[in-house]
Ligand binder design. Structure first.
Ligand SMILES: Cc1cc2nc3c(=O)[nH]c(=O)nc-3n(C[C@H](O)[C@H](O)[C@H](O)COP(=O)(O)OP(=O)(O)OC[C@H]3O[C@@H](n4cnc5c(N)ncnc54)[C@H](O)[C@@H]3O)c2cc1C
Length: 432
């Protein structure tokens, strides 16, 4: 069984169906042979659903603290964004194919003329242009030509604006009841306006770097003090950080997501940052006293788990940061009664960041038990290790954070062990 749908996901599906429901009475108008009539109706349905999905996908690109919680957190919301984008692309291809096949029983030249009419029929050509721009920015998203640089991929996404405008132009004129389209187009436009125009000015809060401490080679923890009103966060949430240090080799002003490792309510924020690419490497030597902008907090990692049940946390590598925040929250609340096993998956003991602090919290707090697992000593985590150190793991809520290959390995292992999928909650440090 998969994860239960969130209110946000249900609303997104309802919004996608709205234009189709409004168009249903007109879908069977004006065609002769039964076969081509059915194909034309199906072609129109796939076109309507495809465009509705594209508009909802654009609306889901909005980033608003709290709103993302209705979708189970920003990473899950963006997974929905990505799946709907892919679904929209497939439906729009199907739209073109079905309409062409509908004309084929009459003659091949009729099918070609339907797809490529004279230039004066600009509504059809607007549709073609929308499809071309859609392919240009979706092909890299689905890595048809191999991995793409994140910032270039983000820039390419700006093509979604002309794509949506052309697709709406192609769809709107023949429609009798265009109001659902206006509704979806307004939501999409507001989301894009907020994201690209307003949020850089209104949603980012200034902080100063007050400490940079080394946790291991290529891993630091940065401490930040607010210049104005501080952010309030829960354990497991992350922020978008844009450093403004002029001395940075690269990544100045670029925004990247990092999980807050400080306990909620702590006067200063902390971020554990591993050098995984250019920008995160440059951050290893960010100047003390320099400014950063923070946007967020986002995510609902711990909130996805059913309350009141015992927990098993599985953190791998730098994916330990949400669990560090939660462990620090436990340390700040000695009376808190939770039953947590933290299984820390590290390559080798020297790469187990925060280990001493976590062991210290576990020694003092009765709720937390720490179990390190080292790849260098035992290979990938296997079921016998879990059976030995957390025999009741099947009855717990499982929270997993780490690199995507580790998450896939654990999901397969836990499925084999019969753990229901809705008791497993994951966070990958990767949006692409
Ligand atoms: C929800 C979340 C929480 C994270 N928390 C932490 C953390 O606590 N500590 C930590 O060290 N790292 C964390 N990361 C990973 C961190 O965001 C990337 O390592 C960083 O953005 C890499 O940027 P780069 O330019 O150094 O590397 P690049 O070579 O540009 O990117 C390496 C990979 O990081 C991802 N990435 C790059 N830029 C972004 C971006 N702006 N948004 C989303 N993904 C991006 C891409 O998948 C890319 O393949 C988190 C990522 C996510 C999605």
């Amino acid at each position: 069984m998969h994860q239960r749908p969130t209110p946000g996901e249900i609303l997104a599906i309802a919004l996608i169906l709205l234009p189709l429901i409004a168009a249903l009475p007109r879908l069977r108008d004006g065609y002769s042979s039964e076969w081509s009539q059915a194909l034309i109706s199906l072609g129109r349905i796939s076109g309507i659903l495809g465009l509705a999905m594209m508009l909802v996908t654009a609306a889901l690109s909005v980033r608003l603290p709290l709103l993302d919680a209705c979708f189970g957190g920003l990473p899950r919301m963006w997974r929905l964004h990505r799946r709907l984008g892919f679904g929209a692309f497939m439906l729009i291809l199907l739209h073109v194919l079905l309409l062409a096949f509908a004309a084929l029983p009459h003659s091949l030249s009729m099918a070609v003329a339907l797809l490529f009419p004279p230039l004066a029929e600009w509504l059809t050509w607007a549709g073609w242009l929308a499809l071309v721009t859609l392919v240009v920015f979706l092909a890299p998203t689905f890595q048809f030509f191999g991995p793409i640089h994140y910032q270039n991929w983000k820039r390419l996404h700006l093509l979604s604006v002309p794509t949506l405008a052309l697709a709406l132009l192609h769809t709107l004129p023949p429609l009798a009841s265009p109001w659902p389209w206006w509704l979806l187009a307004t939501l999409a436009a507001l989301a894009l306006l907020w994201r690209k125009g307003l949020s850089p000015w209104l949603a980012r809060k200034p902080y100063r770097v007050t400490e940079v401490s080394s946790l291991a080679p290529d891993v630091v923890e940065i401490t930040l003090l607010p210049e104005r009103r501080p952010l309030r966060h829960k354990a497991g949430q992350f922020v978008y950080l844009s450093p403004l240090d002029d001395g940075l080799a690269t990544g100045r002003g670029e925004e990247h997501p990092y999980t807050l490792s400080s306990a909620p309510g702590a006067p200063e924020l902390k971020l554990g940052i591993k050098a995984l690419g250019d920008a995160s490497r440059a951050l290893q030597s960010v100047a003390l006293g320099s400014r950063v902008l923070l946007e967020g907090p986002y995510g609902a990692f711990f909130e996805q788990a059913a309350p009141g049940r015992k927990r098993l946390w599985l953190g791998g590598g730098i994916g330990i940061t949400p669990f560090v925040a939660a462990a620090r929250a436990l340390a700040a609340d000695p009376g808190k009664n939770e039953e947590v096993v933290l299984c820390y998956l590290a390559n080798r003991p020297e790469r187990a960041y925060y280990l001493e602090e976590l062991a210290d919290i576990a020694a003092r707090h009765p709720s937390l038990r720490l179990v390190p697992h080292y790849f260098s000593e035992r290979g990938p985590l296997e079921l016998d290790f879990l059976e030995q150190h957390c025999p009741d793991f099947r009855e717990r809520e499982l929270l997993i954070c780490g690199p995507p290959p580790m998450i896939h390995h654990l999901l397969r292992l836990l499925a084999e062990a019969g753990v229901p999928r809705h008791h497993i909650h994951t966070e990958a440090f990767d949006f692409l």
